[in-house]
Design a protein. Structure first.
Length: 369
């Protein structure tokens, strides 16, 4: 396993490090560094600079604005962005919806949606989970019924991130009830600006009401050509989206976690508490795990169910850092305390920790039936 950067990779890192620190406005980076609220204007400004310089969606196919980078270069891109406190490209636009449209969308859908998605001219949310279909996503009950050239969407989605600001929603809906539940699901691009859609915020334990919402669809209309992929291909698409939440690149959060731990350590006088020491061990373990995963990718290895191991590890590390923050600063630092409370959500997003453990037991260890 290669741990040290090659001279070429080090030069690449230095180039990005200089770019982030000189091209992204310092006031935006300072607000991000302090954990203060980053406005929509800040996010758009930073993203536009990245996009104008070909650095917003390097994980996309080259023909749609991506880069032909190695996995290590992709990781350096994210690590240096976090170390420079640059707001990251919106997850749903850059890491989830965009790559899925590039893979499953028709040429017309790609040409219509990928450029403005990369430029952040449009904002996305994801309509997957439902009150009775979260971990068991295939049990979703939202329906899409054909009505001439359109489909009518009816159902209830929950934990829909950024539904309050999104222009479009990638929705999973059941189009065929006569086949096994995994096969009767299709995916649609639905405009959030139309009658028949009601969005309500969900209040998190931290008091934040802007990130998660629930969306009621009551006959919302979507053109048939806005179906992404073939009818019944929604489950395959959904698993592709979820895999992006569990793949090694998402473990790039290790740079952010390490930065937070170092900051807490610099503020502590005397011998560090056990929680802080353990958080340092955990973040270092995650950093080395990322390097191992990248090395495996360079060797041509792919990871299927191992993504659940990555996701579980990231959850443990984030919550370990949260516990360290609670021990070192308590509730005095509002932003760090908010980060601690938010870390509890990590065990749910992208598949609960219990589901990840089941996948590890059954598909990696071969246990159970």
């Amino acid at each position: 396993m290669q741990l040290a950067l090659t001279p070429e990779e080090a030069a690449f890192r230095d180039e990005l490090r200089t770019f982030y620190r000189t091209k992204i406005p310092e006031e935006i980076r300072e607000r991000t560094r302090l954990g203060a609220e980053v406005s929509r204007e800040d996010i758009v400004t930073s993203h536009k600079i990245l996009n104008d310089n070909g650095l917003a969606v390097p994980n996309w196919p080259v023909e749609w604005g991506g880069k032909d980078w190695t996995p290590t270069q992709q990781q350096i891109w994210l690590d240096e962005m976090q170390l420079a406190s640059v707001p990251e490209p919106l997850t749903f636009n850059a890491n989830m919806v965009g790559p899925v449209i590039a893979e499953f969308g028709s040429q017309e859908i790609k040409e219509r949606f990928l450029p403005p998605t990369a430029a952040l001219d449009i904002w996305w949310c994801q309509g997957f989970s439902e009150p009775e279909a979260g971990s068991d996503l295939a049990s979703l009950t939202t329906t899409a019924v054909r009505d001439g050239d359109d489909y009518l969407i009816t159902g209830h989605k929950i934990w829909t991130s950024y539904s309050d600001v999104a222009d479009w929603c990638l929705v999973l809906a059941r189009t065929d009830k006569a086949v096994p539940k995994h096969r009767g699901i299709s995916a649609f691009i639905v405009s959030m600006h139309q009658p028949g859609i009601e969005q309500r915020p969900l209040k998190m334990i931290s008091g934040v009401t802007k990130e998660f919402g629930q969306v009621a669809f009551d006959g919302a209309r979507v053109p048939a050509e806005n179906m992404v992929g073939a009818p019944g291909e929604g489950w395959k698409l959904a698993m592709t989206v979820v895999s992006h939440e569990r793949e090694p690149s998402t473990l790039g959060f290790s740079a952010r976690y390490g930065k937070t731990v170092r900051h807490m350590a610099s503020q502590w006088q005397g011998a560090p508490p056990e929680e802080l020491t353990w958080a340092w061990v955990q973040t270092e373990m995650l950093r080395l795990h990322v390097r191992r995963r990248l090395s495996e990718q360079l060797d041509g290895l792919t990871h299927g169910p191992q993504g659940s191991l990555d996701k579980l590890l990231m959850t443990w590390v984030e919550q370990s850092v949260g516990h360290a923050a609670l021990k070192t600063v308590g509730t005095a630092d509002e932003e760090l305390f908010g980060a601690y409370m938010y870390s509890r959500a990590q065990s749910v997003m992208g598949g609960t920790s219990q589901i990840q453990k089941n996948i590890i037991a059954q598909r990696i260890l071969g246990l159970g039936g």
